[in-house]
Design a protein around this ligand. Structure first.
Ligand code: SAM
Length: 196
């Protein structure tokens, strides 16, 4: 039983794109009420329910509170656009590093499409700062976006630091027509542009 139907979007994307596996360390941004964290706990074996597989780790981060979930820890009252939150996340990670950053974050939509888009792009851009401080080389970032004029700004930034960037749209979100996800794999930090 999942806390929210959004679980099915992550299950579908993971099925197709192999984002999660036992032993990985996951940061779930905009985690409340916790359905993606439930999926992540299962897929990375964070509760150790598969004794013969490596045990992963899941931390969920949100402005809101999440009810406890076995195998996950939650940071509440945490704004992902605040660098202090990034330090708090890093402190909680067993090795200070994560393999996967998930984000299903969304601002409270005000209904003005361009403004909502702009705010979500800015939230996603702060995930790149988070990546710089915690994401392991080779790591993955999956983030939700509402389409709009600045999508390419975000995509270009992702392409600079990830080798493989895709736009994915799970069937489960077909109805929310403006909603897509960027799946960025193989994190390689800033490339050295000075060498041309
Ligand atoms: N993936 C979640 C699940 O499956 O249960 C649903 C996430 S919900 C669509 C979006 C969440 O993003 C909300 O809980 C909201 O509080 C959170 N959020 C919005 N702005 C945020 C911010 N600046 N920092 C952290 N979380 C934020």
């Amino acid at each position: 039983n999942y806390r929210c139907r959004s679980a099915f979007k992550l299950l579908e994307m993971d099925e197709k794109h192999h984002i999660l596996r036992p032993g990985l360390c996951v940061v779930d941004c905009g985690a409340a009420p916790g359905a993606w964290s439930q999926v992540a706990v299962q897929r990375v074996n964070a509760a150790g329910t598969k004794p013969d597989r490596p045990v992963g780790f899941v931390i969920g981060v949100d402005l809101l509170h999440c009810s406890p979930l076995e195998g996950a820890i939650f940071l509440a009252n945490a704004d992902i656009t605040n660098s202090r939150t990034h330090m708090n996340i890093k402190d909680k990670l067993p090795t200070g590093k994560a393999d996967v950053i998930l984000s299903d974050m969304a601002p409270n939509a005000c209904g003005i499409r361009d403004l909502d888009h702009h705010r979500l792009v800015n939230m996603c851009l702060s995930l790149l700062d988070l990546a710089q401080s915690i994401l392991s080389p080779g790591g993955t970032l999956l983030c939700k976006l509402w389409d709009g004029g600045e999508s390419s700004v975000l995509r270009n930034r992702l392409v600079q630091v990830f080798q493989d960037v895709k736009t994915v749209k799970p069937h489960a979100s077909r109805k929310e027509s403006a909603e897509t996800y960027f799946l960025a794999k193989s994190y390689q930090k800033e490339r050295d542009f000075t060498r041309g």
